[in-house]
Design a protein around this ligand. Sequence first.
Ligand code: ASP
Length: 331
Amino acid sequence: MLQLHLAIWLGGFLLAGTSAAEQKDNPMKFGMVIHGGAGTIERREMTPENEAAHRAGLEQSLKAGYDILQRGGSSLDAVEAAIRVLEDNPLFNAGKGAVFTHEGTNELDASIMDGKTLNAGAVADLQHIRNPISLARLVMEKSPHVMLVGAGAEAFARKMGMQFVDQKYFYTDERWQSLQKEKAKSSPVPVSDKDRHGTVGAVALDKAGNLAAGTSTGGTTNKQFGRVGDSPIIGAGTYANNRTCAVSCTGDGEYFIRSVVAYDISAMMEYKGMPVQAAAQAALDKALKLGGTGGLIAIDKEGHFAMPFNTSGMYRGKVGPDGKVTVEIYK
Ligand code: ASP
């Protein structure tokens, strides 16, 4: 019991200026929470310009989602729109600005889930799709499948008339330098989370009471052999269910897959009746016990939300019915 209280308190403490107690009485009637990745994000290493640019990117994403929710649009549309903004922003590790593989290519993963129908779509190992989240949505809505990968996914994208880009489109100097640093290290050990953060995700509750979640990433710097993380795995990196919550994760994908983090939160809420903040913290703690660091965002069907992380920072933000956008980076 003490543990549960501590978890609730911690969950509340980590929210962007809204305590769990405050939320209990006044949940968001509709709203959206986003992340731009968790990792070693130190205030002292950020220039004011860099910090302002990240904040502006998160705000722009939240506004895109809010515009849709505010005029009665669906949580799915809001999640897709918010993620597209971050995919187009070179500062985040998704779409343009994705990290590089060992071979110096970019391989993108994304997924989206509809809490109302439990329909889901996912894509992995894309090399020429500007907005992977939109292809994930097309997989969900226009194919009989849940997950398409590599050349097959791109063939489907062509059939759907999606926008293709050259690999050069994804290039940013910062990500290229991160790859060189990683390669200079003697063993192909997992990258430090400093060079990893930037995965993006969004969860939303719309005016009709429907939940949706989505996640998009370039994966991890220096990844090899067609490695795929948790982001496109439904139940691991992304999950949404109107009965419980919508979740998007960021962190050490291998551990988030093994801990089935996103579904674990939903299961704790469904089977144990736990509040979203406590379930989110407990699931993250379980992943950490295995050795996985990172964070996540979650929102429940009443508009309570959580954004816990166990790294030094996580780009994150929220917007509720009043349209006020709140963005945070550090602990
Ligand atoms: N979870 C992502 C992956 O493992 C990376 C991240 O969120 O930083 O591909």
